[in-house]
Each structure stands twice: as structure tokens, then as C-alpha cells.
Write a protein that binds this ligand. Structure first.
Ligand SMILES: O=P(O)(O)OC[C@H]1O[C@H](OP(=O)(O)OP(=O)(O)O)[C@H](O)[C@@H]1O
Ligand code: HPA
Ligand SMILES: [Mg+2]
Length: 165
């Protein structure tokens, strides 16, 4: 359900690809990562793009759910991080966690606890969660809802004048 008090920030596939590549460029100057952990589902797309750009071959997922549509509920961990990746982190491996955005920071807080030394990167960030992210590309205001391309379709829009054609 759409909250009428929120601004909307629709993102196209092109723009998302460009922003994810920009994230990869920024991360490229930070050394070699041994594995990327994508926060499913939203983090899967930017994680794939970043892994491709930085040639990271070990790609792991952690599944965390906090929203039903635009309503935030309790955090549920639906799939934990695999033991080999936790071992890699414990033995000094450099782990990159990727998500599409940080909003309130609840998801980031939970996943950071699983991998305390990891680098946390998102494409977009809102002010409440920004401090929990090491690297991000674009900040949007807290009252903005970001619409990702996988949640959108091409649809008719009425003219500004209010007519129907
Ligand atoms: O900072 P927060 O307030 O925790 O919000 C950010 C999280 O919310 C969304 O995921 P969601 O739980 O909706 O699941 P999804 O990735 O499967 O869409 C988004 O992909 C982030 O993971
Ligand atoms: O702004 C958002 N857009 C999409 N998913 C989200 N999950 C938390 N905040 C958002
Ligand atoms: Mg998510």
C-alpha cells in the first residue's frame, strides 16, 4: 500500500545498473574481497553486479525479511550465513555485505552482528540507517519510498493537465 505522505523515487533498470556499478567503482579502491554476502532478496541484484565488476567468485546469501509491502514488521532471519563463509570471516577473510538500501537500519544491524568485521555496502541510504553503512552511493530523504525496477511495470500515466488523452 502506498503512503500518500511519502515522496516516491522510482528507479529504472538502467539507473540501478549505473548506481550499482558506481558502488563497485568505490569498493574497487578498498582492496580485494574474498566473498560477498547478498541480503536477499533486494541485495541479490546489486551483489551480482558488484561481484561481476570486482571478480568476487564466492557469493553467499542471508535472507532477512522486515517489510510486507511498505509496512515494517519484526525482523525474521529466513536463511543464515553458511558455515564456510563464517569460517572464512573468522580466519581473516575480507567479506563484503551488499544490500539494495538501508532505511531504518534494522536489517543492517542484524546482519552486521552475524559478521562484525565485514564491510557493509548499499546502493541507497536513508538518514536513519546511514551510520550503519560503510559505503553507499545515493542518499534519499527518510520520507521517500524507493521503487526498485523489479517491483515496477510500464504503465499509462494521465497527462499533467488532468485529461485522459
Ligand atoms: O533498513 P531497514 O528498515 O531494515 O530496511 C531495509 C531493508 O528492507 C528491504 O528488504 P525487505 O525486508 O523488504 O525484503 P526484500 O529484500 O525481500 O524486499 C530492503 O531490501 C532492505 O533489506
Ligand atoms: O524505500 C524503500 N523501498 C523499497 N523497499 C524498502 N524497504 C525499506 N525501505 C524501502
Ligand atoms: Mg531486503
Amino acid at each position: 500500500m502506498t503512503n500518500p505522505n511519502q515522496k516516491s523515487f522510482p528507479v529504472t533498470w538502467d539507473q540501478f545498473h549505473r548506481d550499482s556499478r558506481a558502488l563497485a567503482w568505490r569498493l574497487a579502491g578498498m582492496g580485494t574481497f574474498d566473498a560477498v554476502v547478498a541480503i536477499a532478496r533486494g541485495g541479490l541484484v546489486p551483489a551480482a553486479i558488484v561481484a561481476r565488476e570486482l571478480n568476487i567468485r564466492t557469493v553467499e546469501t542471508v535472507a532477512v525479511k522486515s517489510y510486507d509491502h511498505q509496512n515494517q514488521g519484526g525482523i525474521q532471519v529466513l536463511k543464515a550465513i553458511s558455515q564456510p563463509v563464517l569460517d572464512l570471516a573468522r580466519n581473516g577473510g575480507k567479506i563484503l555485505i551488499v544490500d539494495d538500501l538501508v532505511d531504518t537500519g534494522s536489517t543492517a544491524r542484524v546482519v552486521r552482528e552475524m559478521l562484525p568485521g565485514a564491510h557493509f555496502a548499499t546502493v541507497y541510504a536513508k538518514p536513519k540507517g546511514r551510520e550503519l553503512v560503510d559505503t553507499f552511493i545515493t542518499e534519499v530523504s527518510q520520507d521517500t519510498w524507493i521503487f526498485f525496477p523489479w517491483d515496477l511495470d510500464v504503465a499509462y500515466v494521465a497527462p499533467i493537465s488532468g485529461g485522459t488523452d
